[in-house]
Design a protein around this ligand. Structure first.
Ligand code: NAD
Length: 291
């Protein structure tokens, strides 16, 4: 078994971007500018946003964090989005999900200008992705694609099973893996909460991509020998032996499955860092397109 090291790969990508930023700046162009909007005080969301902001700083991007209180109204948030859409100093921005219950995610996603939507969630960008047109690809699935590409994992003609059909992970993941591209060209099955015989379906997978949101759901009896296993899940589990009181685990039972598969992403250090790398790649593209 070989680890698909998302942490290392993400740092490689960040170093490449850092070199590109240096030459942009040397040519008198402003560095890419990413804005992150965080509403409320959800601990995990704060951690994700801080990691994105820190990564920007590390590679010479400009980054700005708008931290709004949890009682921010939908109208107030829409005003912030309008001003970011119109601000020429901003190349791209993200609104960290999930939002508080009184704000409808899809209204916010629709309000973001598609050419600043570096998370790739706007329906216009999702439509372009489905048609194979150039666009901002959603950060997590694109991070997985980049990892498969850099590890030269063959995907053409393989059976890929994606568990989970969320609009930000599972569904775009299934589209990207089935597109006529490399990586891609897979025969894809998208499994979800109404799927029957999930175990049998998973056992057919040469590549198993898990985004179900249930800790350690996938066990070794669900995995074909030598399969490639991508674990998108992230869960905080209480652990008093850790300084911060928790540890991270995925949707896959790593200790069992890693003994049976050929490649696997660890949690942490797998898909998570690739999501950040992918967001930075999108922001760099947004900056290039505006200059
Ligand atoms: P979600 O809860 O929106 O979607 C889960 C999906 O799993 C649903 O489509 C549902 O149909 C399916 N499902 C639920 N129970 C099932 C069952 N018994 N059998 C088959 N399918 C079932 O989750 P999400 O936003 O797609 O996230 C999935 C996981 O990935 C979570 O753990 C989340 O924290 C993590 N995540 C990680 C990153 C990252 O950067 N690594 C990014 C986004 C999400």
């Amino acid at each position: 078994m070989e680890l698909l090291d998302g942490k290392k790969t993400s740092l490689d990508i960040q170093n490449e971007l850092s070199e590109k930023v240096k030459s942009l700046v040397a040519n008198g162009t402003n560095p890419p500018h990413l804005v992150a909007v965080l509403v409320g005080d959800d601990g995990a969301s704060r951690t994700y946003v801080n990691a994105k902001v820190k990564a920007c700083e590390r590679i010479g991007f400009k980054s700005t964090l708008h931290h709004l209180s949890s009682d921010t109204s939908e109208i107030e948030l829409l005003k912030v989005i309008k001003s970011l859409n119109e601000d020429h100093s901003v190349d791209g921005f993200i609104v960290q999900l999930p939002l508080p219950n009184h704000i409808e995610d899809h209204k916010i996603t629709l309000a973001i200008s598609p050419n600043k939507d570096v998370d790739g969630f706007h329906p216009e960008n999702v439509g372009k992705m489905a048609l194979g047109l150039p666009t901002f690809l959603p950060a997590t699935p694109n991070g997985v694609m980049e990892l498969l590409k850099r590890y030269e994992i063959p995907t053409e003609g393989k059976n890929t099973v994606v568990i989970g059909r969320s609009s930000i992970v599972g569904t775009p993941m299934s589209i990207l893996m089935s597109r006529k591209s490399n990586p891609g060209n897979s025969t894809v099955t998208l499994a979800h909460s109404r799927t029957k015989n999930l175990e049998q379906i998973c056992k057919q997978a040469d590549i198993l991509i898990v985004a179900i949101g249930i800790p350690e759901f996938v066990t070794s009896d669900m995995v074909k020998p030598n399969a490639v296993v991508i674990d998108v899940g992230i869960h905080r589990i209480e652990d008093t032996s850790k300084k911060n009181g928790f540890r991270l685990i995925g949707d896959v039972n790593f200790s069992e499955v890693s003994k049976k598969c050929s490649y696997i992403t660890p949690v942490p250090g797998g898909v998570g860092p690739m999501t950040i790398a992918s967001l930075l790649m999108n922001t760099y593209i947004a900056c290039n397109e505006r200059n």
